[in-house]
Ligand binder design. Structure first.
Ligand code: ZN
Ligand code: ZN
Length: 123
């Protein structure tokens, strides 16, 4: 089981399964949205995702028509994203995980934008 939260703690969640994989994404949207060199996420089954608290704080931002990035409106932590054309799938932001096993990245996306000072083990 995976447990996680946002920075301020208003949003708390549990994921009742193992994380299948993790992905680092160096695309510009992830960099802008995270304020970091890459996004770190994992596709998860929405039916096994349980929001324990903080629903009023979760805010959806649609940067593109079919993809929402969902964050805590109090502290700004990105929690997950979803696509309206991909039902039942969330992409969890793995920096918010506080308990449970997070697998090493199996995939680097948009690697052409990877800063050359960052070396990822196994790639
Ligand atoms: Zn928060
Ligand atoms: Zn990305």
């Amino acid at each position: 089981m995976i447990q996680g939260q946002c920075l301020c703690g208003a949003v708390q969640y549990r994921y009742h399964a193992e994380l299948p994989q993790s992905i680092l994404c160096f695309c510009q949207h992830c960099r802008l949205a995270q304020g970091a060199a890459f996004g770190w996420n994992s596709p998860i089954d929405q039916s096994k995702f349980e929001l324990l608290q903080g629903h009023p704080y979760l805010t959806e931002y649609f940067h593109t028509e079919n993809k929402a990035r969902v964050f805590c409106s109090q502290c700004g932590s990105p929690i997950y994203s979803f696509r309206t054309d991909l039902p039942n799938v969330l992409r969890l932001r793995l920096g918010t995980v506080t308990e449970g096993y997070v697998p090493a990245p199996a995939e680097l996306a948009y690697q052409q934008h990877q800063p050359d000072f960052i070396c990822i083990h196994g790639f």
